[in-house]
Design a protein around this ligand. Structure first.
Ligand code: NAD
Length: 367
C-alpha cells in the first residue's frame, strides 16, 4: 500500500515537475522571442565635437536608445579635432565598457570624410566657443570655417535624406551656413536646437504650478537660441487649461518667466562654471526622436528651422518656430494669434538673426 502511495506520490511529483518545467519553458520561449524581436538594421549617427562635454553625455544617451527608440540599433560616428584624439578615444573605450546592446559599433575619428560617410543623423556639436575678448564677427568666421567644411563632407558622404541638427553656437546661423554650403541637402533637413529652451520653459511653468512637467504643453520658443529668444506661453496648456489661467500672474509670465528662460544658459554657467551639457544632450535626443518618430497628437515642440516666411519671419533665416512632426517630417504650426507685444519680440530676435546672417555671408564671400 505504502509502496503504491509512494509510486503515486512520485508520479504526481513528476507530473508537477514536468508541468512546472513546461510552464517555465513556455515562459522562456515567449520571453526570449520577445527579447529576440528582429531589430531594424543599425543607423549611423554622427556626433561632431564628441570629445566635449555635450558629446560625452549625448553618446551614452544615444546608446541607451533615447535618440531613436529602444529597438533601433545605432553605429556612432564620433568626430573631433586632432588635439582631442585622446579624450575621443577614451570616450570610445567607455562606450565599449558600457556594454550597450543597441550600440553596434563606435567609430572615433578626426577625419570629417570618415565621420560623415553613410550617416543618416548628424548632430553638430563641434564648434569654437566665444571667448571674452572676441567680437561677434570673429566667432562667426571661426564657426563659418568649421561649418562650411562639415557641410561639404555631409553633402558628399552622408546618406541622402540625412537629418541634421546644429547645436554649436551660434546654432541658428551655423545652420544657415551649413545649408548654404550644402545646397543639395534639402533645407527641411537642416535644423538647429532650441528644444533646450523649450524644455526650460516647460520646466519653469511646471515648477511655478507645482505640477509634473508632462502635463504642460505647447509653449513656443520663437527666434534665436540667444538671450533675444521669445519664450511664449500664450497658446500653452497646463493640466488642460491655458497656462495664463492656470498661473494667474501675467506680470510674472511677461517678465520674470521670459527673463529666466532667456538667461538660463548664463545661470547654468554661473552655477557650474561650465555650460549646460546634460540638459543639452537630453534635448538633442528629444529633438531628433520627435522629428523621426513624430510628436504626440495635440502637442507641438520648438525647432530652429529654415524660415519659409511663416509669421512674417524673413525667408532663409534659421528661426525657432512651433512645429509638429509626422512621418519624419516637420511642419510649422500655422494660424496662431500673435498679439502686438509678441510681434515686437519676434521681430527683435529676427533682427538679431539677420545681423548674424549678414556677418556669416561676409565671411562666406571672403572665401
Ligand atoms: N543650442 C543649444 O541649446 C546649446 C546648448 C548648450 C551648448 N551649446 C553649444 O554647443 C557647443 C558645444 O558645447 P560643449 O559644452 O560640448 O563644448 P566643449 O567645448 O566641451 O566641446 C566642443 C568640442 O568641439 C570640438 N571641436 C572644435 N572644432 C571642431 C571641429 N572643427 N570638428 C570637430 N570638433 C570640433 C572641440 O575639440 C570640443 O571637443 C558650444 O558651441 C555651446 O555653446 C548649444
Amino acid at each position: 500500500m505504502s509502496g503504491t502511495n509512494n509510486a503515486r506520490s512520485f508520479q504526481f511529483a513528476h507530473l508537477l515537475a514536468a508541468g512546472a518545467f513546461g510552464a517555465l519553458g513556455a515562459f522562456f520561449t515567449c520571453y526570449l522571442s520577445k527579447r529576440a524581436q528582429p531589430v531594424r538594421p543599425p543607423i549611423r549617427v554622427l556626433i561632431t565635437g564628441a570629445a566635449g562635454q555635450i558629446g560625452y553625455a549625448l553618446s551614452s544617451l544615444v546608446g541607451h536608445g533615447e535618440l531613436l527608440g529602444k529597438s533601433q540599433r545605432v553605429i556612432l560616428h564620433l568626430l573631433d579635432v586632432e588635439t582631442a584624439t585622446e579624450p575621443l578615444n577614451g570616450l570610445k573605450l567607455e562606450l565599449i565598457d558600457s556594454a550597450l546592446p543597441l550600440l553596434t559599433d563606435v567609430i572615433a575619428t578626426t577625419n570629417p570624410t570618415e565621420a560623415c560617410t553613410g550617416v543618416s543623423i548628424a548632430i553638430m556639436v563641434g564648434g569654437f566657443p566665444r571667448k571674452a575678448h572676441m567680437e561677434r564677427k570673429d566667432i562667426m568666421a571661426m564657426n563659418g570655417s568649421i561649418y562650411s567644411k562639415h557641410a561639404y563632407a555631409l553633402e558628399k558622404y552622408a546618406c541622402k535624406g540625412c537629418k541634421v541638427v546644429v547645436v554649436a553656437n551660434p546654432a541658428n546661423t551655423n545652420a544657415v551656413i551649413l545649408s548654404q554650403c550644402a545646397p543639395s541637402i534639402p533645407r527641411k533637413n537642416i535644423t538647429c536646437l532650441t528644444r533646450l529652451d523649450h524644455n526650460r520653459a516647460l520646466g519653469q511653468v511646471a515648477a511655478k504650478l507645482n505640477i509634473p512637467v508632462n502635463v504642460v504643453k505647447n509653449v513656443t520658443i520663437w527666434g534665436n537660441h540667444s538671450s533675444t529668444q521669445y519664450p511664449d506661453v500664450n497658446h500653452g496648456c497646463a493640466n488642460g487649461i491655458t497656462i495664463r489661467n492656470a498661473i494667474r500672474d501675467d506680470n510674472w509670465l511677461d517678465n520674470e518667466f521670459v527673463s529666466i528662460v532667456q538667461q538660463r544658459g548664463a545661470a547654468i554657467i554661473k552655477a557650474r562654471n561650465l555650460s549646460s551639457a546634460l540638459s543639452a544632450a537630453s534635448s538633442v535626443c528629444d529633438h531628433i526622436r520627435d522629428w523621426v518618430l513624430g510628436t504626440p497628437p495635440g502637442h507641438w515642440v520648438s525647432m530652429g528651422v529654415i524660415s519659409d516666411g511663416s509669421y512674417g519671419v524673413p525667408e532663409g533665416l534659421c528661426y525657432s518656430f512651433p512645429v509638429t512632426c509626422k512621418d519624419g517630417d516637420w511642419n510649422i504650426v500655422q494660424g496662431l494669434d500673435i498679439d502686438a507685444r509678441s510681434r515686437q519680440k519676434m521681430d527683435d530676435t529676427a533682427r538679431e538673426l539677420e545681423e548674424e546672417r549678414r556677418l556669416a555671408q561676409d565671411y562666406l564671400q571672403s572665401l
